[in-house]
Design a protein around this ligand. Sequence first.
Ligand code: ADP
Ligand code: MG
Length: 405
Amino acid sequence: MSESISRDMLDEIFSQTLKSRVFINRDVLSHEYVPEELPHREEQIAKLGSVLAPALKGSKPSNVFIYGLTGTGKTAVTKYVLKRLVSKAVEVGVDIDTCYVNTRQDDTTYRVILKLGECIGLKLPFTGISTAEAYRRFIKVVNTRNSIMVVVLDEIDFLIKKQGDELLYRLTRSGDELKNAKISIIGITNDLKLVEDLDPRVRSSLGEIELVFPPYNAIQLEDILKQRAKLAFHPNAISDDVISLCAALAAREHGDARRALDLLRVAGEIAEREGASNVSVNHVYKALREIEKDRARELISTMPLHNKLILLAIYILTKNGGKATTGEVYSQYRTLCQTLGIESVTQRRVSDIISELDMVGIINAQVVSRGRYGKTRIISLAIPNETVVESLKEDIYIAPLLSRY
Ligand code: ADP
Ligand code: MG
């Protein structure tokens, strides 16, 4: 009985999708898709292209350091230019090796070297040899290739934060070890602060050329979305209103194209789920809520325990619509720590964590003056109570505390 129900339910879901008049090709809105055209990035494409072009004549291109906030097209532009470079190289018969590594995924020096090896047909063991030995074998193979190798290290801040800039340093100095080949590096980061923290020697050789990707404005985002929507949706399923709204909402954040595309995709998915024949403005608002909820959950579930406890303290103090001061949050937090039998962090640290929570948009913390009592912050939640509860419930230490309040 229950089996046949669930089979019917699945049948319903499948045929809903098959019947869909909303999407032609949803994949076009995915993060991995690299479009044929990248509007409003002509300048960056031309610049990167002209830096890399000497590779076509066998000269080593300058290293490039690319930075800009998330969703400003850094990865898309770099992949696009590399793809075009490789096809030109094939056309004119020049050897260019390219290798793209995302160091958020491959976040140790060893794994990066493993990936670099793979790109030139070198199979390194997953374990058993030292990083230095892996690097030595990699360089040896590069040396036999008589080619230019363009290495892209994307989201390089992850590697540097975890392992330092040793590999970068070695790669930028690889010229000394290489006779028949050359390595150029394109380093990409979302973290603008990273640039200042780098070893000055690495910074100066990596940043021979620096390329900045500014955020998109609402009008630019609209162009990007329009081009993508043409490929993704049935013509009657999408309207300019919907696209403008997605663009405006994403521009309000910081001009993040990924966010704009996510909104459009999720709005389309909601329309499809509801069996609607077109995406409406209402679907976009629903999508916004869904995305914000997912984002908050992700942020909260990956926070350290004390950040979660401080968030819980704020929730307890404000769940009935109230607001709390820094001092109240601190004492509630201490009570929670006592209940758990763990040591609390200092008031100073609590204050920093409150700022962090404010910065990522989970709470609002407004500084107010209390006359001769100095300043305090008036704190409230910036996300719905349910989202806090659902996210904190996943933590095995916090869950029992939650049920007390
Ligand atoms: P970043 O690497 O800077 O975080 P991405 O290159 O991953 O940003 O871009 C985010 C998403 O937006 C990707 O799906 C990408 O294809 C798309 N995108 C970014 N800029 C453009 C553009 N100018 N034209 C079309 N799509 C773009
Ligand atoms: Mg990227």
